[in-house]
Every structure is written in structure tokens, then in C-alpha cells.
Design a protein around this ligand. Structure first.
Ligand SMILES: Cc1cc2nc3c(=O)[nH]c(=O)nc-3n(C[C@H](O)[C@H](O)[C@H](O)COP(=O)(O)O)c2cc1C
Length: 183
């Protein structure tokens, strides 16, 4: 956590990117497990995902998923989504308006899969059936093929809210610049 509350919009934006950068390396950071909201036809859907990488320069965050999962179908039909992050320690909520792209092949996928394939986490991508399929009973069957996908979330706008006993604060950061908002 930042030792002092940042006071200017510029300092808040810097601190937000610093926390994003840290959360992917700190297992206990509240922002590491984010809620991803997508559109399933005319209905909102949401689920937890683990943020794996942050690219501040490109304003992108990356998470991993099973290429067969419903969320991939959602984002292919409607790439506009929201990532919602909350850190109790910081008292900071971050709503990221994102454009989502799922990658299933190419060098960016191959390099991550090569790293992951040697770890127990690879098991998640070898399930014989797609996530959400009805099964007889929970099990650990392993299919022959990995279904790894990388999802790149390009950040279009950040909406930051701080919950604080001395007064809540909220600010927006997007292509039009930075501004304070009524919380
Ligand atoms: C703490 C936690 C972390 C999770 N991380 C991921 C993740 O990084 N990627 C992922 O695809 N699913 C992750 N899941 C599972 C999803 O929340 C979801 O249940 C699953 O991916 C199916 O989602 P869908 O039907 O919307 O595609 C996580 C679940 C929990 C509880």
C-alpha cells in the first residue's frame, strides 16, 4: 500500500498502475483476483479471473482461460467488458472498461503455454470437456489436448473509487484525461 494517500489525479493514476503491476506478483493482493463482466446476448455475466500480467505502457492486462469456456464466446461476440477489482487493504475499487481479445495461437500463446505446461496449473486446460459441461461426477480425467487461451484486456477507461473514513474519493481516467467524480 502507498505510505500516504496520493492527493493529485496524476499521483493517483501513477499509484493505480503501480498497484496493478504489483498485484500480478503478490498472491495476497486484493486486485489479483478480478471480476470479469461480459455480455451473454442480452444478459450480463460475471466470474472471477486471476490477473497474470500487466503492461502499463500498452495499458493492457492479461489473464488465462480455457479456450472452450463460455466467456470466450461472449467476448468474441461482444469484446467490450468490465474488469472489477477491489482491495480491502487499499480501500480501492477499480472498474476497468476493457476491450477483450482471446488468443489461442501464435508466439504470445506458445511462450506462456510453454511456461505453464511444466506446472500443475496446466491440468486446468486438459479437461476432456468444456467448462460448464454437465458431468456424472467431479473427477480428474485428463484429455489429450490442452485448451489454453490468453485473454488480452485493453484498458479503455479507469474508474477509481477510494473508500476512506475521512471521505470517499472517485476519479476517472480515459482518453479525455483525468477528472474527479462524485463518489
Ligand atoms: C479465485 C478464482 C480464480 C479463478 N481464476 C480463473 C482464471 O484465471 N481463468 C478462468 O478462466 N477461470 C477462472 N476461475 C473460474 C471462473 O470464475 C469461472 O467459474 C470459469 O472460468 C467458467 O466461466 P465462464 O462459464 O464464464 O466461461 C476462477 C475462479 C475462482 C473462484
Amino acid at each position: 500500500m502507498s505510505p500516504q494517500r496520493p492527493t493529485t489525479l496524476a499521483a493517483i493514476e501513477r499509484a493505480v498502475w503501480q498497484e496493478l503491476d504489483e498485484c500480478v506478483r503478490a498472491a495476497g493482493h486484493g486486485w489479483r483476483v478480478a471480476t470479469l463482466a461480459t455480455l451473454d446476448g442480452g444478459r450480463a455475466d460475471a466470474r472471477s479471473v486471476v490477473l497474470r500480467e500487466v503492461e502499463p505502457g500498452a495499458r493492457r492486462v492479461i489473464f488465462y482461460t480455457d479456450a472452450r469456456s463460455p466467456k470466450v464466446r461472449h467476448l468474441e461476440a461482444h469484446p467490450e467488458g468490465t474488469l472489477l477489482l477491489w482491495s480491502r487493504e487499499l480501500g480501492w475499487q477499480l472498474r476497468l472498461a476493457v476491450t477483450l481479445e482471446a488468443l489461442t495461437s501464435g508466439p504470445a500463446v506458445a511462450s506462456r503455454w510453454a511456461r505453464l505446461a511444466a506446472t500443475p496449473a496446466a491440468q486446468d486446460y486438459f479437461a476432456p470437456l468444456a467448462p460448464g459441461s454437465v458431468i456424472e461426477r467431479p473427477g480428474t480425467e485428463r484429455g489429450s489436448q490442452g485448451h489454453f487461451a490468453l485473454v488480452v484486456a485493453s484498458i479503455v477507461a479507469l474508474d477509481w473509487t477510494e473508500i476512506h473514513p475521512e471521505g470517499h474519493r472517485r476519479a476517472a481516467f480515459d482518453a479525455s484525461g483525468a477528472r474527479w467524480l462524485q463518489p
